[in-house]
Design a protein. Structure first.
Length: 140
């Protein structure tokens, strides 16, 4: 179980990466966020990969699963993005982590460092679909 607290307690900054590990651990764990309850914004994204997380207010119950499934998921912040990458590496199939600017601003060459450890990570440029309004303007 984890309870975030001011120093010297468990740091709130490590809550989401640790939760990503708990998602594949045996049994279940209770995670209480006592500093920033909004730090649970990553929970829906972790669920996209198959995590079994029940959230109620500032507490989550994480039940470990035997397998995660690759899926598109968005990084909600720096540390949650790192957790998503870790979950993607553990998942079956391909995982697409969107909004990686959060990861880039805090972890220099993160994908290269994980690649040096044997991870298969490919960065692709995301080109958003043109909006209907832009297409109409171009056609006129």
């Amino acid at each position: 179980d984890l309870v975030t607290l001011p120093y010297p307690g468990f740091p709130t900054d490590l809550q989401s990466p640790f939760m990503s590990v708990l998602c594949v651990a045996d049994g279940f764990a209770i995670v209480e966020e006592k500093i920033y309850p909004e730090r649970f914004m990553h929970v829906p994204e972790y669920r996209r990969l198959g995590a079994d997380i029940r959230k109620q207010f500032a507490t989550c119950i994480v039940s470990g699963v035997t397998r995660l499934q690759g899926a598109p998921a968005a990084s909600t912040d720096l540390r949650a993005g790192a957790g998503l990458v870790l979950m993607g590496l553990a998942a079956e199939g391909e995982t697409q982590v969107l909004k990686i600017q959060h990861i880039d601003r805090g972890y220099e060459r993160f994908h290269e460092k994980l690649g040096a450890l044997g991870a298969t990570i490919k960065r692709v440029e995301f080109v958003p679909a043109r909006r209907a309004e832009d297409r109409r303007r171009e056609a006129a």
